[in-house]
Design a protein around this ligand. Structure first.
Ligand code: NAD
Length: 498
């Protein structure tokens, strides 16, 4: 057993002898693989103090120098990808290729942050009045906190702190306590790249650590990604404490399959989108809405045949396409939803509960599961299951499919499979969802766009990463300047000049 995963504060690995400890598991075996220290309020306060002390010098570091440090960080992440991905797979369980994909997406956010001299250029107007010039500049906020979920232990932290640092802020990151190693390693690599001590701090922990970040007056803004109930709590609590907040929550993403869709391509796309990463993605497709019974029958037949050959196994096995779920409680929760779907009257076409992975009987493996004839009042339709369970719903028309999507509490991602441009345009124009794909099952925006859902998938005004991150991690200041040339030129004015 290795030493417990601790914290990175002011450039040092800090461990507290009296800390509460929590087990970390290898989801492929069910065995305890390590422990994580859960930071006390005092430990988090030490991280905030380090970030506050580091802020003035980092704020005053010229943006191109901050960008060069981030460019070195990008190179080191690429060089040490194997080590980071091994940590992701060991604690999260996802297959190694998927860990690489996650890290690559994260690295693209670092790359975006290296454009910061261009992104911070601001706005300038000459002669807004007689010899008056006016400009807006975008200044850093100070100490910013990030709280991240288990399902992307490297990518989601990289959505946040590179952009925040590039803008001149200092940062306290609180990763998921279920798979904490990757984020701590990434923090250490940032320091090796030249991020000064205190500019990036990583504290591991649970509610005590989070609540300290939400209430401490020195923290100016909070970025959160996780489940909707916690996102709502974070938004309410941090806002009540005067902080700027963006809180990204859960999802139930629908794919609409039109009668004219290229069905073989749609099935391949749905397989990856529903079962990739064991369905533990906020952009996973968990509902397929088939328009018309003919397409529904064909879709269910093709999906069930394809599911039969889905290779499930430990993430470290090169042939595995899908790994285990994150934890035993989550495994039981997802299994419970399959039981509930049967009890509620949905047709269980493929039952993942029967899967056994030889040699890994204690691992949290659930096979790919497919339900047909799912209806909107069932819990398997309403709730985010966050597992390898795809629900097929049958609709009579595109409008009926869109009404279903619009009525759902979540609005993160959606997509339509069709060959009809008019239908696609109608869908993309009117659907009440933040990220929309046309024949693209996981319409995750690239790093130079921004990521965010609608409805109860995002609390706050600005999305994550990309251009919105530059706005989120900076405050606009507008300056109007006049240099009178020789003596008093104007008498006092008591009304706005007309
Ligand atoms: P979670 O909400 O349980 O945990 C997220 C973070 O909040 C963790 O760091 C955790 O320590 C902290 N936390 C948990 N309970 C808390 C409490 N009571 N008080 C204070 N802090 C608390 O989420 P998770 O299970 O780690 O991640 C999965 C969820 O995240 C899914 O709902 C998924 O859809 C969502 N997610 C959303 C996005 C997005 O961009 N919208 C991206 C990834 C994941």
């Amino acid at each position: 057993m290795t030493t417990p995963t601790a914290h990175l504060i002011n450039g040092q690995i800090v461990s507290c002898p009296q800390a509460r400890l929590q087990d970390v598991y290898n989801p492929a075996t069910g065995a305890v693989s390590g422990k994580v220290e859960l930071a006390s309020q005092a430990t988090v306060e030490a991280a905030i103090a380090a970030a506050e002390a580091a802020f003035p010098a980092w704020r005053d570091t010229i943006p191109v120098k901050r960008a060069r440090i981030l460019a070195r960080f990008q190179r080191l992440l690429e060089e040490r990808a194997d080590e980071i991905c091994a940590a992701i797979t060991a604690e999260h369980g996802k297959v190694t290729d998927d860990a690489r994909g996650e890290l690559q997406r994260g690295i693209e956010n670092v790359e975006f942050a290296t454009y910061i001299p261009e992104l911070l250029k601001g706005e300038h107007s000459k002669n807004v009045g007689p010899r008056i010039d006016s400009w807006s500049e975008f200044q850093p906020l100070g100490v910013v906190a990030g709280i991240t979920p288990f399902n992307f232990p490297a990518m989601v932290p990289l959505w946040m702190f590179p952009a925040a640092l590039a803008c001149g802020n200092t940062f306290v990151l609180k990763p998921s306590e279920r798979d904490p190693r990757a984020a701590l390693l990434i923090g250490q690599i940032a320091l090796e790249a030249g991020v000064p001590p205190g500019v990036l701090n990583v504290v591991n922990g649970d509610k005590e650590a989070v609540d300290t970040l939400l209430t401490d007056k020195r923290v100016q803004a909070v970025s959160f990604v996780g489940s909707t109930p916690i996102a709502e709590y974070i938004y309410a609590t941090a806002s009540a404490n005067g902080k700027r907040v963006q809180a990204l929550g859960g999802a139930k993403n629908h794919a609409v399959i039109m009668p004219d869709a290229d069905l073989d391509n749609a099935v391949s796309a749905l397989m990856g989108a529903a079962y990739g990463s064991c369905g533990e993605r906020c952009m996973a497709i968990s509902v397929a809405v088939a328009v018309g019974n003919e397409v529904a029958d064909a879709l269910v037949a093709k999906l069930s045949t394809t599911l039969a050959s889905l290779k499930v196994g430990p993430g470290t096995e090169a042939s595995a396409e899908m790994g285990p779920l994150i934890s035993k409680p989550h495994f039981e929760k997802v299994r419970g939803y399959v039981d509930a779907g049967v009890a509620e009257g949905a047709t269980l076409v493929v039952d993942g509960r029967t899967l056994k992975v030889a040699g890994h009987e204690q691992g949290y493996f659930l096979g790919g599961t497919l339900f047909d004839h799912v209806t909107p009042e069932m819990s398997i339709y309403k709730d985010e299951i966050f597992g390898p369970v795809l629900c097929v719903v049958r609709a009579h028309s595109l409008q009926e499919a869109m009404d279903l999507i619009d009525a759902h509490e979540y609005g993160n991602g959606t997509c339509i499979f069709t060959r009809d441009g008019e239908a696609a345009r109608y869908f993309t124009d009117l659907i009440k969802v933040g990220m929309v794909g046309v024949n693209v099952p996981l319409p995750v925006p690239v790093a130079y766009h921004s990521f965010g859902g609608w409805k109860r998938s995002l609390f706050g005004d600005l999305s994550a990463y990309g251009p919105d991150a530059v706005r989120f991690y900076t405050r606009r200041k507008t300056i109007s300047q006049r240099w009178p040339t020789g003596g008093v030129r104007e008498t006092a004015q008591f009304a706005f000049p007309a």
